[in-house]
Design a binder for this molecule. Structure first.
Ligand code: UT7
Length: 314
């Protein structure tokens, strides 16, 4: 009998420190009006000493609690992050230790598409019977790799973590997934070090990334619906990567999905990269918008470029 990877618990965590657009106005040549109208972002969270693992730990505890599962029941941990705490060991193994699990654990790096890539990987483990319960986490501390004097990037990103527990079952769960990469665009969006300098910061050709994001994500969203024999009418919610409200709206328009069916957290979270989808998912699960049986479309694109979509019956 076919096995499906079903989401049985969600959790998220945001560090308490908030940076509003008004605060950024004091240090950058920017305005709240420019940031809000161009991106949809009003504020973002940043760490104050917390690590990527610290954020992941809190989000994971909440997801396990919702799943009514203990860490010892987890067979695999996949942590999607662009901002690991160390070059090695994997942040996932630090999380494994701190949460009290004993299973294999590894990091996955696909930048803002990291959560979609991690879900797709976990799905393979569950569908082929190699794992029954998988903890998938997206956790980021981008505030460490932002050039806070660069107004074109400093306004966009935030820190946070989201997690899901996936469990094997015979009826429903992840129905479709697709991941893609195109490595020709390194200089469009990257961190400007090669592990040679101690740290680097984000460099982005925002306008180019914007256009590619809208085109690739729209094509993929259309293809996903077609491959699933669905139209946007069959979607209950789209839970997109929260990069820019204008990118999200353009994709929704292309697949004829009203914005009332899109989960948006960008206003308060900014772009939290691999954490943005599980953060948005957890918000909408906990406030009661997302219910069992809903059809959810996750999609996201990030540096590389790497992008992907996952269709889930929740
Ligand atoms: O997670 C995936 C990775 N990232 C993304 O998805 C980001 C994709 N790109 C974007 O979201 C948008 O391109 C941005 C929000 C980054 C920029 O918006 P835009 O509408 O593409 O603006 P632009 O880069 O074309 O810049 C327009 C103007 C420029 O000034 P001039 O040359 O017209 O005089 C910029 O220098 O806006 C200026 N500008 C700003 N002005 C005020 C750029 N950043 C700012 C700022 N405040 N923070």
């Amino acid at each position: 009998m076919k096995k499906f990877a079903r989401i049985v618990g969600t959790g998220s965590y945001l560090p308490p420190r908030i940076i509003t657009n008004s605060e950024l106005e004091k240090t950058l040549d920017t305005t709240d009006e420019w940031i809000t109208s161009r991106t949809g972002i009003k504020e973002r969270r940043v760490v104050n000493g917390e690590s990527t693992c610290d954020l992941a730990l809190e989000a994971s505890k909440r997801a396990l609690e919702m799943a009514e599962m203990s860490a010892s029941e987890i067979d695999l941990i996949i942590l999607a992050t662009t901002t690991p705490d160390k070059i090695f060991p994997a942040t996932a193994t630090m999380l494994q230790n701190q949460i009290g699990a004993t299973c294999p654990a590894f990091d996955l790096q696909a930048v803002c598409a990291g959560f979609v890539f991690a879900l797709t990987t976990a799905q393979q483990y569950i569908e082929n019977g190699a794992a029954n319960n998988v903890l998938v986490v997206g956790s980021e501390t981008y505030s460490r790799i932002i050039d806070w004097s660069d107004r074109s990037t400093a306004i966009l990103f935030g820190d946070g973590a989201g997690a899901v527990v996936l469990s094997s079952n015979n009826s429903t769960g992840i129905m479709y997934s697709k991941i893609l990469s195109d490595g020709r665009y390194l200089s469009s969006l990257h961190v400007n070090n090669n592990y040679i300098n101690e740290t680097g910061t984000i460099e982005m050709a925002g306008n180019e990334v914007y256009k590619i994001a809208v085109n690739r994500l729209s094509e993929l969203a259309e293809e996903t619906l077609k491959d699933c024999n669905m139209t946007s009418d069959d979607l209950t919610w789209m839970v997109p990567h929260q990069a820019n409200i204008r990118i999200i709206s353009a994709v929704a328009k292309r697949i004829k999905l009203p914005m009332s069916k899109v989960v948006l957290t960008i206003e308060k979270h900014g772009n939290t990269s691999a954490a943005s989808i599980p953060l948005a998912l957890d918000v909408a699960v906990r406030d009661g918008r997302i219910k069992k049986g809903d059809n959810l479309l996750f999609e996201g694109i990030g540096g590389g470029f790497s992008w992907g979509s996952v269709l889930v019956e929740y």
